[in-house]
Design a protein. Structure first.
Lengths: 353, 181
């Protein structure tokens, strides 16, 4: 086992990216993720990489587009309002099928909102966000260790599918400190980037574009992208089942909310209520099958999220009316407490809801 | 059930609130325990107050945010008002009597009175008041070994800060004496 260091989620995300071979970072500051660019500004020069604080979010995401097109391991990070500004570029990158990693350390919205933790960008992250028919592969860490691990995986997944990958964290994951061990990774070389724009010396030229004026050609492109998303759904779903084996009620939550739920489950079990947690780790592809199976065993699923109800729509899709789906959460930077979650579960179990 | 402790440390920005939280977290990690440290980073910081929550456990840590903490270290009046009502029944309140002029209202908790700034000034550095508080807290809870805190302090301060280390160490040790009484 390697040595453990005590660092914030933001720093863990940045260091994991470096260790995963990321050598280009383009960003623009925003709370609560400023430690990521700050760390990168010091660390990138040490490894011969490139850090640019761009003049805007728009500029930053198109720098990512350029570096990814040239075959580099590249990332950007921001928080909710900044991610909205990047959405045009993200749509272009997805359309051009370029690998990159985008980190969103979510804060409350809409608009400028606040700076405290939130999960209100679930729709934006998982349903496209920018224009056009595309998806991001979305990873949601719930500990600082997992943020580091998923960050490393994110670059491999981006290369594997030639698709932008989003690491979707909330403000607490970014600001919190926990012990982290950076795991040595088996060095599977990434697939050759023979599509990259590198000067075309001695080979036919490569073309990276998103404009398809011929509708038949564009539809063909859309179908190709769609098949890729189906492949992701087949291969990449990740989910944690926590005490679901004997559960009479299942709670669905991800990120910080999921770990608060784990404490709520302890409280509930001490009172004799068998609650369990399904924690999606990939938000896209979503673990539909896990919820479908849970719906066969429990009468109630409670979705807890830091928004007014977004992931609940995917849970409802999964269970297809076979079980009751409730939603509970806080928004605006308010974080649900384990007592609130436990009380809500008790109400449901006592059939008061 | 394995070992578990959670606490909130609260005071003014600049009192080293987040710092002693980090020392505790670091020392607990070095002793092989799971730990979370989470700072206040919201708009209340603009009002000049700071707090952090530290959880230490032998098991996987669920919530890093604590509604009713086992322990509370309080270094100013607003923090006493904000957090005393949230302390668990039977919990521990370590209060800096140099700056906290309000009286704690609860009678179902243990209260340790620490004139932290007075002691720190006597030792020659007012800014070490946080270490006095930390010492008093540790003497009561034995959350980590005192040596682990001093190791952490040495590492965090780094080389060339021997003078700073000595005054912080003295403040910490004075705090442990008060906590033990």
């Amino acid at each position: 086992m390697g040595e453990k260091v005590l660092i914030t989620g933001n720093e863990a995300i940045a260091e994991a990216a470096i260790q995963a071979g990321c050598r280009f970072f383009f960003g623009y500051p925003i709370t609560p993720q400023n430690k990521i660019p700050e760390y990168m500004s010091a660390r990138m020069p040490q490894v011969g990489g490139c850090f640019v604080q761009a003049e805007s979010e728009l500029a930053a995401i198109y720098m990512v587009f350029g570096a990814a097109g040239a075959g580099a391991r590249v990332m950007t990070s921001s928080s909710s309002p900044g991610i909205s500004l990047k959405m045009e570029g993200i749509s272009y990158i997805a359309g051009a099928e370029l690998p990159c990693v985008i980190v969103n350390v979510m804060r409350g919205g809409p608009g400028l909102g606040g700076i405290l933790p939130s999960q209100s960008d679930y729709f934006q992250a998982t349903k496209g966000g920018g224009h056009g028919d595309y998806r991001l592969l979305v990873l949601a860490p719930s500990t600082v260790q997992e943020a580091a691990d998923l960050m490393m995986d994110a670059f491999d997944l981006a290369d594997k599918y030639r698709n932008p990958v989003m690491v979707l964290a909330d403000g607490y994951i970014g600001q919190m400190m926990e012990p982290v061990e950076f795991k040595k990774r088996s060095s599977i070389p990434p697939p050759p980037k023979d599509w990259a724009i590198t000067g075309a010396k001695g080979r036919p030229r490569n073309l990276i574009k998103t404009l398809y004026l011929d509708p038949e050609e564009l539809e063909k492109h859309n179908i190709k992208l769609h098949r890729k998303y189906l492949e992701m759904a087949k291969n990449e779903v990740r989910v944690e089942n926590y005490m679901t084996e004997d559960a009479e009620i299942v709670i669905a939550a991800y990120g910080t909310t999921a770990r608060i739920t784990k404490t709520a489950i302890k409280i509930l079990r001490e009172k004799g209520i068998k609650a369990g947690l399904i924690r999606p780790i990939t938000l896209f592809p979503f673990p539909y099958k896990t919820f479908e199976e849970a719906a066969e065993k429990v009468d109630n699923i409670l979705v807890v999220e830091m928004n007014m109800g977004q992931m609940v729509e995917d849970v409802k899709l999964a269970v297809c009316g076979k079980t009751k789906v409730h939603v509970d959460g806080r928004s605006g930077g308010m974080v649900p407490s384990y007592d609130e979650i436990a009380a809500q579960v008790e109400k449901i179990v006592e059939r008061r809801l | 059930m394995g070992f578990y402790e959670d606490l909130i440390i609260a005071g003014f920005g600049g009192q080293g609130i987040l710092f002693i939280g980090k020392l505790l977290a670091y020392a607990a990690m070095k002793e092989g325990r799971n730990v979370t440290w989470i700072p206040s980073y919201g708009p209340e910081m603009r009002g000049g107050t700071a707090n952090c929550t530290v959880v230490v456990s032998d098991e996987e840590i669920g919530s890093p945010v604590i509604t009713n903490p086992h322990s509370l270290i309080v270094m100013n009046n607003p923090s006493l008002e904000a957090f005393e009502p949230r302390l668990k029944t039977g919990g521990l309140l370590v209060v800096n009597t140099s700056l906290v002029t309000l009286q704690p209202k609860r009678d179902d908790i243990t209260i340790v009175h620490v004139p932290a700034n007075k002691i720190a000034i006597e030792l020659g550095n007012d800014r070490a008041a946080n270490m006095v508080m930390l010492g008093a807290y540790l003497a009561r809870t034995k959350l980590v070994a005192e040596e682990s805190i001093l190791d952490a302090l040495e590492k965090v301060l780094g080389k060339g800060k021997e003078e700073l280390f000595e005054v912080n160490k003295a403040a910490f040790e004075k705090g442990t004496e008060i906590g033990r009484v």
